[in-house]
Design a binder for this molecule. Structure first.
Ligand SMILES: [Zn+2]
Ligand SMILES: [Zn+2]
Length: 264
């Protein structure tokens, strides 16, 4: 039995991923339109009824956009923390509200641990998913810095999807106004390729099987820049697969436990 991780797409125009353990499937974020999400599920030969729950990491549109609509249309529960529900004006009774750092059992086969991470005016979370064999996968986007708590949990993961949002010199020499540059590089902003590399270097262990770099800025980053910066840091000790999730997906599924990557 494997834990499967598939990104339907990632970036500032929408984020959505599926984690599957033995036919329990959770959707992590629902930042595309419902139509687009259903289309992308279809390309994986999945139907909305194959999804058991939606987890929303934080209230920003690229993560939350269609979550409530999809939850209603597909008749599946939506999980989020209180701050996110409040910011989205979602009725609390309509959501399954979790507390950060408290495990959420989606089924006996799949659990989720929400880890708080610093990001703008949100109560954003990283998601650590685990199956009953204790295989663990992380999805971490939208943070300006890593906390000790996050590092501790990433150290136990066999798969890590983590944002590599911008290349520092591209951002600094680019056309964004200074105030936006400060926001992106601040503790509540996003991770640069360099920061992501440092985090991965800290948490890399022999059983880390796969890494997906996601939420790349289309203006201030490029896949080859993100990948080469990370590999420069961890090449010596990382033996697994590395891939990029772009805005157009899904591109691949990672199977945790057997180390194989399927290209579709
Ligand atoms: Zn955000
Ligand atoms: Zn985002």
């Amino acid at each position: 039995m494997a834990l499967e991780i598939t990104h339907l797409g990632s970036g500032s125009r929408g984020n959505c991923a599926i984690i599957n353990s033995d036919e329990t499937r959770v959707m992590i974020d629902c930042g595309f339109s419902i139509k687009q999400t259903e289309k992308r599920l279809g390309s994986l030969e999945l139907k909305p009824r194959d999804i058991d729950a939606i987890i929303v990491t934080h209230h920003h549109q690229d993560h939350s956009k269609s979550a409530m609509g999809a939850s209603k249309k597909w008749n599946i529960p939506l999980y989020c923390n209180q701050f996110t529900a409040k910011k989205m004006n979602w009725e609390f009774e309509r959501c399954k509200i979790f507390d950060n750092l408290e495990r959420v059992d989606i089924s006996s086969k799949l659990s989720i641990l929400p880890i708080p991470i610093p990001h703008d005016d949100s109560d954003n979370i990283a998601v650590i998913a685990s199956d009953k064999n204790n295989e663990r996968a992380a999805i971490v986007t939208d943070l300006g810095d890593a906390t000790d708590e996050l590092i501790k949990h990433l150290e136990g993961c066999g798969h890590i999807s983590i944002e590599a949002n911008y290349d520092n010199s591209r951002l600094m020499n680019g056309s964004y106004p200074d105030i936006l540059k400060r926001r992106i590089t601040g503790r509540g902003g996003h991770l640069s390729n360099e920061q992501t590399s440092e985090i991965l270097e800290r948490v890399c262990h022999p059983k880390l099987e796969s890494i997906v770099l996601c939420h790349l800025s289309e203006k201030n980053n490029a896949p080859h820049m993100a990948e080469s910066e990370v590999l420069m840091r961890i090449d010596e000790k990382f033996l697994g697969e590395i891939a990029i999730s772009s805005q157009t997906g899904p591109e691949f599924t990672h199977f945790l436990g057997d180390g194989k990557m399927l290209t579709i």
